[in-house]
Write a protein that binds this ligand. Structure first.
Ligand SMILES: Cc1cc2nc3c(=O)[nH]c(=O)nc-3n(C[C@H](O)[C@H](O)[C@H](O)COP(=O)(O)OP(=O)(O)OC[C@H]3O[C@@H](n4cnc5c(N)ncnc54)[C@H](O)[C@@H]3O)c2cc1C
Length: 441
């Protein structure tokens, strides 16, 4: 069974013109369109497949500040408030709850790292509690094991990956925006060097602003426009088990396995950082940029297969605007599940939380996590093409910071005071320095 995802009804008919066109209906695209529509802009969002069907429904649902890289922490903090405010503004349910995130460890080194992060987080007003052995063991009693320590971040939370993007999409429609599923953007048109339209498989929309929130497809799209955006995808596998167990923490991380309560009462189970690299032409092209990231993370990565070539998301091919593109051949990127990882994840979860023996596996799926060389997203206007805004490369953190990123993009488009300092995210850095500092967590 694939990742659960709610369906949202949308329109087929494209408008002739819009103030802004958002390309991609993942969490970043929908929140960008939402904040633009709230400011009274006429927004059209085009999605080649279904709203939320790629990474944004395949993730764990964690919305965390805990252990967040300093460059992303302000956006993570703002996003938690925005998740809450979104529900209050619209009455739409994204499943967001500030349930707190709970980490357990028996490694002195890991605990020392978390304590260092706690000390840093204090300096920017973020509260997180280190737990000593007795506190960790008590809070982690569902494991039935003693622990050396842990950390609890009470202001963090989770949202529901099956409902979040569709809920935001409904809010966009309510505000008068239009959404077009099964509608791939093939490229953009320019006049005098700046954006003048977005060309889709169903026709063109005149606009001065195009926002590319295309997740794992963004680099190959940028290539058509002569923009160099180093990006690589890691295949990550995850499973869900049935509801019925109520005594477990809402969101628990250990080095062996992580467990998250889903909105239906079941749990998602996954191993943090573990993934497979499916080689693609694009990965070979950008390999030198990703070396520092690889050196940092190689222990949890394994070689994959050839499906990255078949999927087409990291192609180096140049396509035409008047013929089907790789995006129309692959409406929903649905990579093969790594069965060995699923078996390992499940057995580790049963070992960690014996109560899970009373559940059954209801679904298993994989997703391609789109990453940048430094693990920080690329958000900002591309100087060479005024009106073209990139918002991609969320490197495994984009769900939780989706509202903040969407707000920032709307700020950039409307020239408003940015919700956070946009400089750490600007895509210019990929041109200036091949090897930026890789995100710590
Ligand atoms: C297994 C897994 C676990 C994760 N866990 C977490 C977590 O706990 N917390 C967290 O914060 N993040 C997590 N992430 C990362 C998070 O899911 C992503 O960072 C986030 O969803 C990215 O959102 P996006 O909108 O950029 O991309 P996507 O959700 O991938 O959306 C991009 C959309 O653009 C569409 N598209 C692309 N090109 C075009 C085009 N030319 N025309 C029209 N449409 C186009 C695609 O069809 C797709 O729907 C996880 C990811 C995975 C895979």
């Amino acid at each position: 069974m694939p990742a659960p995802l709610k369906f949202v009804h949308t329109t087929c008919e494209l408008p002739d013109a819009a103030d802004a066109v958002v390309i991609g209906g993942g969490i970043i695209g929908v929140f960008s369109a939402y904040y633009l529509a709230r400011r009274g802009l006429k927004v059209a969002l085009v999605e080649k497949g279904r709203i939320g069907a790629e990474q944004s429904s395949r993730n764990w649902g964690w919305c965390r500040q805990q252990n967040r890289d300093a460059r992303e922490l302000p956006m993570a903090t703002k996003s938690l408030d925005l998740w809450e405010r979104f529900a209050a503004e619209n009455g739409e349910d994204t499943g967001f709850r500030r349930c707190g995130l709970f980490y357990l460890s028996n490694s002195e080194e890991e605990l020392a790292g978390w304590a260092r992060w706690r000390d840093f987080a204090r300096t920017v007003g973020v509260t997180t509690h280190m737990l000593d052995s007795a506190q960790a063991t008590e809070r982690g009693r569902a494991t039935g094991k003693p622990w050396k320590g842990g950390v609890f971040s009470p202001t963090d939370g989770t949202a529901d990956p099956a409902s979040a993007a569709p809920a935001v999409a409904r809010a966009i429609l309510e505000l008068g925006g239009t959404i077009h599923q099964s509608c791939a953007a093939r490229g953009i048109e320019t006049e005098g060097g700046r954006v003048s339209g977005v060309v889709t498989e169903h026709g063109a929309i005149r606009t001065k602003t195009a926002i590319l929130a295309g997740g794992a497809w963004s680099s190959s799209f940028c290539r058509q426009l002569g923009i160099r955006f180093p990006q690589a995808a890691i295949r990550s596998s995850i499973l869900a088990v049935s509801p019925g167990v109520t005594s477990l923490p809402d969101a628990l991380h250990t080095a062996a396995v992580s467990v998250t309560r889903r909105s239906d009462g079941g749990y998602s189970l996954a191993i943090s950082g573990r993934g497979r690299i499916d080689p693609t032409p694009q990965q070979l092209r950008f390999a030198p940029q990703f070396l520092p990231m690889f050196v940092k993370r190689w222990r949890s990565l394994a070689p994959g297969g050839l499906e990255g070539f078949r999927s087409g998301h990291e192609t180096l091919v140049r396509w035409r605007l008047d013929a089907p593109t790789p995006m129309e051949r692959m409406r929903i990127l649905d990579p093969a599940v790594d069965n060995a990882t699923i078996r390992l994840t499940h057995s580790r979860a049963l070992d960690l939380l014996p109560a899970l023996k009373n559940t059954r596996i209801t679904a298993a799926w994989a997703g391609y996590i789109d990453s940048t060389p430094d693990g920080v997203p690329g958000i900002g206007e591309i100087a060479a093409i005024p009106g073209f805004i990139l918002a991609a490369g969320f490197s495994g953190h984009g769900f939780g910071i989706g509202p903040g990123a969407g707000h920032l993009i709307a700020d950039i488009v409307t020239g408003s005071e940015p919700i956070v300092d946009p400089r750490p995210y600007h895509p210019d850095r990929f041109g200036k320095s091949a090897w930026g500092k890789v995100a710590d967590f």
